[in-house]
Design a protein around this ligand. Structure first.
Ligand code: COS
Length: 383
């Protein structure tokens, strides 16, 4: 459902104001403490950020993709930790249920995810199954009216604070997509434990950990959509959408980094004038701006195509590949423009440089995007 123009403008203005007035001033504290202040979490709930992509009948804002990516771009202007908190409820932690849940599962979980009352988490990756998602080993054995889950999930975003996990597990040993099912497992279920929060290179305040299933018994009603064998394809569809959202986030972060770099270049004087007046600095600003604009155009185009109901597997992979690599280059140039100051933590560019490194890895590495793009392109040419 598309919002009317005025409502969308009001929403985007409110998010941009919230980012400028509340989130940017709290970035340093979040980086130092690794935690988002509870008052900010509450304000994020009130703004509706947890329910952006969930339909109004379940209490969400029901944004279409073109609208959602614009909000993601706005959120990209600040530390990714803030977006990450709501990000799983907007994306990978709720969309399995939106796309493939039963009516009952939707009615039960979506309102709580939309309001932010619970955090949703997506448990696909395992110690031995990263890019090769289909090789996952977590097994769900049917036992009467229950399933018993065993296995370990790794690097699971928001696991330490999640109330609900969408868990991809095998219901058969064969290597085929039909062998993988999705289960909705609530935190606190006996047999589900968490590892220690991971120590990461960046994105302090965004939490990840292992999720361990040791004879974890769940009712058969926890099977997503009540159907075995649809988990892998659902996970791929969820990731198609998630990759567009991450690409939008990268556009926003690039815009922030460009703004920081321009401000610094205007203030910093060398050889008797602001370094912004030197053409070699201007070249870095120009390349960053052109690339951020290209990524923005790609994301908006792909989002509109998705809203028309067309398949965007190819476009989402193109966006993820280009936008995440782009923001890596932009962050690198922003540090370069800051010179020595860019290498110390007094300036945000140092933190962003580490934060953005993750974008090229999670929700499918750059190399997986290349693989998907090549496959889809060859398919389109009848290969
Ligand atoms: N949408 C819907 N269905 C899809 C799909 C998509 N985007 N991509 C694949 N599928 C379906 C295929 O159509 C196929 O269905 P059938 O078995 O009915 O024919 C099935 O899923 C298996 O697909 P495929 O043969 O392409 O599987 P592969 O094992 O070759 O893996 C990749 C495909 C590499 C693309 C997949 O493993 C992947 O995306 N890996 C990265 C995982 C990832 O992003 N991890 C990040 C962690 S989550 S934050």
């Amino acid at each position: 459902m598309a919002l009317d123009h005025e409502t969308l403008t009001l929403l985007l203005d409110a998010v941009r104001r919230f980012v400028d007035e509340r989130l940017i001033p709290a970035e340093h504290e979040v980086a130092e403490t690794g935690a988002i202040p509870p008052a900010i979490v509450e304000e994020m709930r009130e703004l509706g950020l947890f329910g952006l992509s969930i339909a109004p009948e379940y209490g969400g804002l029901g944004l279409n993709m073109e609208e959602e990516v614009q909000v993601a771009m706005a959120l990209g202007h600040t530390s990714p930790a803030f977006r990450s908190l709501a990000g799983t409820n907007i994306g990978i932690g709720s969309q399995s249920i939106v796309m493939a849940g039963s009516d009952e599962q939707r009615k039960h979980y979506l309102p709580k995810l939309a309001s932010g009352e619970i955090i949703g988490s997506f448990a696909l990756t395992e110690p031995e199954a990263g890019s090769d998602a289909m090789s996952l080993r977590t097994f769900a054995r049917r036992d009467g009216d229950h399933y018993i889950l065993n296995g370990t999930k790794r690097f699971i975003t928001n696991a330490p604070i999640a109330g609900l996990f969408s868990v991809m597990a095998r219901t058969s040993q064969e290597r085929k997509s039909d062998a993988i099912s999705c289960f909705l497992v609530e935190a606190g279920t006996p047999g589900l434990t968490l590892g220690k929060p991971d120590k990461k290179m960046g994105q302090a305040g965004a939490l990840t950990s292992d999720v361990i299933f040791d004879n974890c018994r769940v009712p058969a009603s926890a099977l997503l959509g009540g159907q075995e064998g649809t988990g892998f394809r659902t996970a791929m569809r969820v990731l198609d959408k998630g990759r567009l959202h991450i690409s939008a986030l990268c556009v926003g972060t690039a815009q922030r980094l460009i703004a920081d770099a321009v401000r610094y270049a205007a203030e910093r004087k060398q050889f008797g004038k602001p370094i912004a007046e030197f053409q070699l600095i201007q070249a870095m600003i120009a390349d960053s701006q052109a690339e951020a604009y290209a990524a923005r155009c790609m994301v908006m185009d792909a989002a509109r195509k998705r809203d028309r109901g067309e398949n965007t597997t190819l476009e989402a992979a193109c966006c993820k590949l280009y936008a995440t690599e782009m923001v890596g280059r932009v962050a690198d140039r922003a540090v370069q423009i800051h010179g020595g100051a860019g290498y110390v933590s007094e300036y945000a560019v140092e933190r962003f440089y580490r934060d953005v490194r993750l974008f090229r890895i999670y929700e499918g590495t750059t190399q997986i995007q290349q693989l998907v793009i090549a496959r889809e392109t060859m398919k389109a040419h009848g290969y």
